[in-house]
Design a binder for this molecule. Structure first.
Ligand SMILES: NC(=O)C1=CN([C@@H]2O[C@H](COP(=O)(O)OP(=O)(O)OC[C@H]3O[C@@H](n4cnc5c(N)ncnc54)[C@H](OP(=O)(O)O)[C@@H]3O)[C@@H](O)[C@H]2O)C=CC1
Ligand SMILES: CCCCCCCCCCCCCCCC(=O)[C@@H](N)CO
Length: 344
């Protein structure tokens, strides 16, 4: 066909040229990146909580408490925060039961993390028991869900849910990162708890999903920016967790919402906390642990396409273009700035 069109000569010249060889090399790099080989080339410090100060916002129940116990079991110093002192007292006993060695420090502080100044003073107080004035790993787990139909939920309640999830996360992480930066601590980690409902949403979650999408947005910006200080950022995206919080939300949940999320099996807080730790060991940025999460993380989920054909093309183009651009521009520029120490 090419010969018929008189193109064979052009083809031979093209294939011998640097452009063709360069393209093949670029394609090979792309495929390697997509196979997940890039992390092998850019080695990050391994996640090991032993002897580390792990600071958990929302650690007296559910996911945060399970996480606190598992971190204690792995030899970490653990601080848990929540609003209610009575829940904290009970929780701290459970955390202490996982002690591995006498010098492990376990603390619990009552604080409403929606309040930025209370969040700040609590973090600094917790660090006083330690040699370093910043925690090593910060986990933002506080929050919850008030499902309901959009118009049947007051605008004030919508905003309250935003504060409950986004503000508690923001305040915890903001203070933790400022302290790490002031200490010049590298190798710190920040884990933001969002939900699979930050990758798709449907009826009943108009109060909740926006706050979880906001956390996802924060994680995206911080993953890039905190390379300035050598801090890794992770976004945890769990599906249903059978926690005390979930029992409350079930009482308010419209039937239609229950039907839609019916196929989701759900897991215990212990099992979900274990999945978070596995994700941290893999050094994943978006941590998902079941097929629904993996599919949502890699697709446009239930968002309708404008045009199936064009959108399939743009989807493929984006999958190729953005990972390259990320390395060259956002990550490249931030790392360059970090090396040049131009950032104050
Ligand atoms: N359960 C689920 O199906 C899912 C949950 N998630 C998310 O995972 C996280 C944990 O959920 P889950 O384990 O179910 O939650 P729980 O309600 O079981 O526990 C939440 C914890 O956060 C604390 N907390 C809540 N609000 C505040 C606040 N303002 N300041 C300080 N501490 C607070 C609670 O203590 P206290 O009340 O004493 O303050 C408690 O210790 C949440 O962010 C949730 O949105 C994500 C996906 C699914
Ligand atoms: C054949 C098709 C298979 C696809 C199945 C899709 C199942 C939908 C899963 C929705 C899961 C929603 C979890 C909500 C978690 C959460 O954040 C709330 N509980 C708030 O706390």
């Amino acid at each position: 066909m090419a010969a018929f069109l008189g193109l064979s000569e052009h083809y031979e010249r093209f294939s011998a040229s640097g452009i063709a060889q360069g393209s093949v090399a670029l394609l090979a790099v792309l495929i390697a990146a997509h196979l997940g080989l890039m992390p092998l080339l850019t080695r990050k410090p391994r996640f090991n909580p032993k002897d580390k100060h792990c600071y958990i916002g929302g650690g007296s129940e559910g996911l945060g408490l399970s996480l606190a116990c598992q971190l204690a079991e792995r030899g970490a110093h653990v601080t848990i925060i929540s609003r209610s002192q009575s829940k904290l007292d009970k929780a701290l006993e459970l955390v202490k039961a996982n002690r591995q060695y006498p010098a492990q420090i376990f603390q619990a502080y009552a604080c409403d993390l929606t309040d930025p100044s209370a969040a700040a003073s609590t973090l600094h107080t917790a660090c006083r028991a330690h040699t370093s004035s910043s925690p090593d790993y910060v986990f933002a787990c506080a929050g919850g869900c008030v499902p309901g139909f959009f118009t049947e939920t007051s605008a004030a309640k919508h905003w309250e849910c935003m504060e409950w999830n986004f503000r508690t996360c923001l305040n915890t992480v903001h203070e933790g990162v400022k302290a790490m930066k002031a200490d010049g601590k590298r190798g710190g980690r920040v884990v933001l708890t969002s939900s699979v409902l930050a990758l798709m949403s449907f009826a009943g979650y108009s109060t909740y999903s926006p706050s979880k999408y906001a956390i996802r947005g924060l994680a995206e910006a911080l993953r890039n920016e905190l390379q300035l200080y050598g801090i890794s950022v992770h976004l945890f995206l769990p599906a249903t967790i059978y926690s005390p919080g979930f029992e409350n939300e079930q009482r308010l949940k419209p039937e239609v919402t229950k039907k839609i999320e019916g196929p989701d099996e759900g897991k215990s807080p212990d099992a979900v906390a274990e999945e978070m730790l596995k994700g941290l060991e893999r050094n994943d940025f978006y941590i998902t642990y079941e097929p629904v999460g993996h599919m949502l993380r890699n697709s446009r989920a239930i968002t309708p396409r404008n045009n199936i054909l064009f959108d399939a093309f743009w989807s493929l183009a984006g999958t190729i273009v953005f990972p390259i651009w990320r390395v060259l521009s956002p990550d490249g520029e931030v790392r360059k700035a970090a090396r040049a120490k131009t950032v104050k």
